[in-house]
Design a protein around this ligand. Sequence first.
Ligand code: B12
Length: 251
Amino acid sequence: MATFPLYPYFTNTKLPSPFNLSFIIITIANILSVKMEVVLVDAIEKVRKTLVDLDIENIQAAVREALDAGTPPLEIALKGLGDGMKEIGDLFQAEEYYLADLVLAGEAMKEGMSVLEPLISGDAAARKGPVVVFTVKGDIHDIGKNLVVTMLSAAGFKVIDLGVDVPESKVVASLQESGATLVGISVLITPMIGSIGEVVDSIREAGLRDKVKIAIGGACTTQELVDRFGLDALGRDAIDAVRIFEEWSAS
Ligand code: B12
């Protein structure tokens, strides 16, 4: 009896075994995921470059493009904008960028963050803490501190943000009023390192040092400073800040 195969292709070609088939599927999935990763890395790189070029007009578009490509908002904030700011700092130190460029960079960073912040901010109902966060007296850098505040809020902490250039008396008053036992200090410039000591001394004089845990972070902070001022932790980025305060809240 004559046979009429429905799919002549199958009669002439060796069918892939289930093992081969899963191998093919896995390979295709791997290629797609590598391709996807390349797209995400490209999108983050575009954000970083747009910031380093001080292209304020296009920074929000670059951030939105990265979001549309599926990049998590936090990754755009830390790897795109955060790494871009570090590079700008290096260019400033190398005297390729000037103070006016730092000002523009600060503006561009804030433009970019204004797109990301609503996406990072968390559930207002869940509350741990409170954590008192501020930038030390004499220092007006607030971008990193704001990122820490955003991340802590997103992680469910109540945050008391005292702002920048904060005198030690204001920190102590805030601790006394709120009963907060967690403190996050941001310091970016070496000449203001002494302000950390003044805060710690004031907290001690108010009889609160044994009751509060203090973490520091920012461009000029080191473990040596933590040891020198008898602090409790050093945080490298906003994710580290959440880890530290989560640990302290749990203990
Ligand atoms: C933007 C910028 C400015 C802007 C700030 C705008 C703003 N609204 O913040 C302006 C133009 C105002 C500025 C001014 C100055 N700046 Co400035 N600035 C910068 C720059 C390029 C980026 C800082 C930034 O926003 N980074 C991005 C954020 C996301 O990163 P971050 O701040 O490090 O924060 C992250 C972590 O550190 C950590 N973190 C931060 N805080 C905390 C707190 C806790 C508790 C924890 C756990 C973690 C944590 O988490 C954050 C998020 O991941 C840095 C370069 C650098 N490498 O930092 C120089 C830099 C900090 N500036 C510097 C200098 C010298 C100055 C000026 C003195 C310049 C001048 N001649 O006037 C003035 C200082 C004015 C003052 N009194 O404060 C130097 C400091 C050098 C030093 N060691 O002393 C730097 C390092 C540049 C350089 N390489 O020379 N600056």
